[in-house]
Write a new protein. Sequence first.
Length: 399
Amino acid sequence: MLKGVAITGMGIISSIGTTVDENLESLISSKKGIAPIVNMHTRHKNAIKVGEVLQTNQQLANQLHLPNSHNYSRTALLGSIAAKQALKDARITNISEYKTGLISATSVGGMDMTEHHYNKFQTNSTSAKFINSHHAGDSTQKIASQLGITHFTTTISTACSSAANAIMLGARLITSGKLDRVIVGGTDCLSKFTINGFKTLLILSDTDCKPFDANRKGLNLGEAAAYLVLESDTIIKKEHKKVLAYLTGYANANDAFHQTASSVEGEGAYLAMQKALQKANLQAQNIDYINVHGTATPNNDASEGTAIQRVFKNEIPDYSSTKAFTGHTLAAAGAIEAVFSILTLQHNTLFPNLNFETQISELPKNPITKVTRKKVQHILSNSFGFGGNCSTLIFSKSE
């Protein structure tokens, strides 16, 4: 097995906590963040449930000590807070000491502000400045500015696999010697655009979502941000840094089946998992736990279940979806679940698949439904997106 790329810091803000420790406490106590909408004004407010970060934009801006004249979208606010936590966790005080990059993922970008200001921006200067923060790269630029990163920045937007692909690209830049250190992850806020879009697709649930349950009705949208710090072996040795975990395997594939649906055979998911195992030089039986994509939509869970059975055959590992805690956080999901996977490794604790009752036919094994203590060495984490974008990451214990 390859040692992989070292992870030395992580940060997160989600509907179940504003720090890594708060998220861990919620996961261990099975405290979900799914509830009716509070901060947003939408006609669907009482018809759906979401995983909402309850702080207002002003409260988030105050944490970053931003002037009232700022034009940060909510996506940029959430991302900046989580990325700064990750940097602090990695004990990085001089960002320019090594070649450092930022790869940030988003799908919503500044849509939340565009929705509010679009009808006024041609005549109102305050509205115009928020329209300028609409594009996906704006949140990346603002996070980079908060961290002081100037060497390399880029944005990834591959739907719900975005953050996983950001982590993957960061690892490749380190192993190729292009960068010494990369902050990787994703951020997305709730917006009317995404709520209306998923409502139109008829895949939103009006109750708490039930991943991998035969009677699942659909997903709960969520908002969140999470970032990891990846560092080269050179830095680890020179600085004698503590390693939280290693990213040992990663891969992406595309089943080229449909704009929004996965194939019945789960071809893209199957290929991503197989290639990630090959990259990590691991066999399927070496995986102790899968953090499944598990959106609770009829299509995803059936397709992913089929793909898992194809890869693991009669030795399916323990698995669960943590989206019943946070909701589906879109482009941030891969990073949110990377943090949860690393917490699982650190604490030898599997977090439950909330709300599960009835087994699905596509996967002849039930998910973990309660907090479970188990020695864990290798975790496989799936992130699948619209357009067939399928990505798999493998995290391994640092000792």
